[in-house]
Design a protein around this ligand. Structure first.
Ligand code: WT7
Length: 660
């Protein structure tokens, strides 16, 4: 696993090749520095210039930034636009109607190509269908769909009519769905009968039914159901409609709803340091601008590129780098339904070869699992495939350890392709700190330098900037267009979480620790400073998992911490005290399984603790505070060297060393 030391000691540097520099839109360090300087001198003017150049406005804005209610910033407030128009109509009007927008590859390998003209027609039809059901601007629509053309269409259709979508990852449980339906006050849900993954059909619709039964007082009037497999599917009369029925007969044109730049485009729920997930609210104009710019500058997207981001639309990466950014740039992109290991661990490489993918964006956890799988089965090693079409690689979601970086660089990129280690968050809308292909010499394990215009730095607990070489809190000094606008329904939590009073309410607090290299100023992310874990690039709140565990009738008390894991980055380790006496052996295994399944039902399978350890109690101070630092050491398997004499109950440490 990557450690901060291994990154700090990293001496390998990979400058961009001459060819890449020549081709790149932002070409050379001087060009990068000029942009940074422009933004430093006048950030509002800098972003306004770019917003005029890259976004098509219905009504051009006259005011770049309204800071009067900071930190509730308003970008381009008097401009109007439509995001779906910018993604689809704009391409068709520019003569790209017959260009392939989406290459959809299904679980079983079946390929469907959708042109810009088709995608616009499909979006218009579904947008009309939404309107026909009474859904209008500002309404919240929950989307619970797997990777599919319909998933992209559903999001685009919401954007077209000004409805605010909230996509919930298909791996979340009915209970999680219920919470989000209620919190967002959704009026409709878009789902499918089943999803196909790894050769299996997995039901989706029953979770929606269960969620709506649980959600007392919900506002959902319509459930749209895409028929993916034709498997058994319960339809509730008067509420549920088949997607194919409802779009049939709809017109292929649909006048977009022109909305203010600040109109919310979507909510996306993510974990924080309390038990309740937060609905991150994004805008239309500012968000779209950054989606476009980062695709053009970080990925250097050009007209002849084939782009593939392997994320799911249930995460922010799938929003910015599948549904919105690449389409707004008129690119051809892959939408992949399945998993990297089906039918074997060569799937990614085969698809890159088949579709001549040139820009490939994936997560370190996928790379690590494929390294491992390829060791077991050399036939699926990337060397067996023709990957010459690749020119740019990306990484996202968690730190990429230098070993995985080198493997990705040599074996997938053939030593030719820059790896862009992009640091960002659900809240930031798009890349924040990242190399640019034609600019930045790469150092494995470092996300290098801020995206032009992002004024990131590192401060101490009082908000004072630290010199390079010192670790501290990662912050952003100035607002930027794609930043989170608020937490849905909880403006106070928004302020407290991201613009805390400790920093005079002026700095955006990312929630990560970071440090800058003493010589180069390159950033290295050291991980979350709050109680948030990163498991396979998925963000999980420890409090959320703890709440789920203690909701089980068997459990008296629970504490959850992360520990390093070679494959998933971090693994979830739960320390549990039962109401009954401490179980041993078989009994412990049985209850551990029961608790894992319980968490799977409460939150989703991704939240299941890998380790469960039972104790008669948890290590506490005499005032009753759980000593999480000790638990983290226990989870890692470290010898406890610190003084535990102040502990109320030192003997339970031995119990908590054992995994059930
Ligand atoms: C957290 C955000 C960005 C979209 C996917 C995750 C971690 C993200 C990196 C990176 C080191 C990273 C941070 C961040 N993270 N990218 N390149 N290097 N850490 O979005 O679920 O909102 O999670 O993921 O800890 O705060 P998210």
């Amino acid at each position: 696993m990557s450690t901060i030391e291994s990154v700090v000691q990293e001496t390998r540097v990979f400058p961009p090749s001459e060819e890449t520099v020549k081709k790149a839109t932002i070409s050379g360090m001087a060009a990068y520095e000029a942009l940074c300087k422009e933004a430093e001198q006048d950030y509002a003017g800098y972003w306004a210039r770019l917003a005029r150049e890259h976004v098509t406005w219905k009504t051009p804005f006259t005011k770049s930034l309204d800071e009067s209610e900071a930190p509730f910033y308003k970008w381009f407030p008097d401009g109007t636009l439509n995001v779906s128009y910018n993604c689809l109509d704009r391409q068709v009007e520019a003569g790209k109607g017959d260009k392939v927008a989406l290459i959809f590859e299904a679980d079983d390998g079946k390929v469907t190509k959708v042109t810009y003209k088709d995608l616009l027609a499909r979006t218009a039809k579904f947008a009309n269908a939404l309107r026909a059901q009474g859904i209008k601007k500002g309404d919240r629509v929950l989307i619970y769909l797997a990777m599919s053309v319909e998933g992209v269409v559903a999001m685009q259709a919401c954007a077209r009519i000004g409805a605010i979508h909230s996509v919930v990852f298909g791996g979340f449980s009915a209970k999680s769905l219920e919470e989000r339906i209620l919190d967002a006050g959704a009026v409709a849900v878009i789902t499918a009968d089943e999803q196909c993954r790894g050769g299996k059909n997995i039901p989706l619709k029953p979770a929606v039914d269960e969620a709506l039964n649980l959600a007392v007082g919900h506002n959902v009037k319509t459930v749209f159901v895409v028929k993916r497999t034709g498997g058994a599917c319960n339809m509730v009369a008067g509420r549920d409609v088949w997607y194919h029925d409802i779009v049939a007969g709809q017109s292929e044109t649909c006048e977009p709803e022109w909305v203010d730049a600040e109109h919310p485009l979507f909510l996306l729920y993510t974990s924080g340091s309390t038990g309740k997930p937060k609905g991150v609210q994004h805008s239309s104009g500012g968000y779209l601008l950054h989606a476009i710019l980062t695709n053009k500058w970080t990925f250097d997207l050009k007209d002849d590129d084939v782009f593939w981001c392997t994320a799911d639309i249930g995460w922010v990466t799938g929003h910015t780098y599948i549904t919105y950014g690449p389409l707004a740039c008129g690119a051809t992109e892959i939408v992949f339904e399945s998993v990297p290991t089906y039918p074997d661990a060569g799937r990614f490489w085969k698809m890159i070869q088949d579709h001549k993918v040139s820009v490939f964006y994936t997560a370190p956890t996928a790379i690590r699992s494929l390294i491992k799988a390829n060791e077991g089965n050399p036939a699926t090693h990337p060397r067996n495939y023709d990957l010459k079409s690749l020119r740019i690689l990306g990484s996202v979601g968690e730190p990429i350890n230098p070993e995985a970086w080198m493997w990705y660089y040599n074996n997938v990129g053939g030593g030719r392709c820059p790896i862009l280690d992009t640091f960002w968050q659900t809240e930031t809308g798009g890349h924040m700190i990242t190399p640019l292909p034609g600019v930045t010499p790469l150092v494995p394990g470092s996300c290098t330098l801020p995206f032009p215009g992002i004024q990131a730095t590192i401060v101490d607990e009082t908000g004072h900037e630290l010199e390079w070489g010192k670790g501290g809190f990662l912050v952003v000094k100035k607002p930027w267009p794609s930043m989170i606008r608020t937490i849905w329904g909880d403006a106070d939590r928004f302020k407290k979480s991201y613009f805390p009073a400790d920093f005079q309410g002026k700095l955006y607090l990312a929630g990560d620790g970071a440090m800058r290299d003493a010589k180069t100023g390159y950033f290295t992310i050291m991980g979350r400073i709050d109680d948030v874990l990163n498991v396979s690039g998925h963000r999980m709140g420890t409090m959320e998992i703890e709440s789920a565990l203690v909701a089980n009738p068997l459990v008296a008390e629970a504490a959850v911490v992360g520990r390093p894991d070679d494959l998933t980055g971090e693994a979830i380790c739960a320390f549990v005290v039962l109401k009954q006496s401490r179980p041993s052996d078989e009994d412990a295994k049985k209850i551990a399984k029961e608790l894992r399944d319980w968490v799977g039902k409460e939150i989703g399978p991704i939240a299941k603790p890998k380790d469960i350890r039972f104790g008669e109690n948890l290590p506490k101070t005499r005032s009753g505070k759980i000593m999480r630092r000790l638990l983290r050491a226990l989870a890692k398997g470290e010898e406890i060297t610190q003084d535990v004499s102040t502990l109320e109950n030192p003997h339970i440490l031995d119990q908590l060393k054992q995994n059930a």
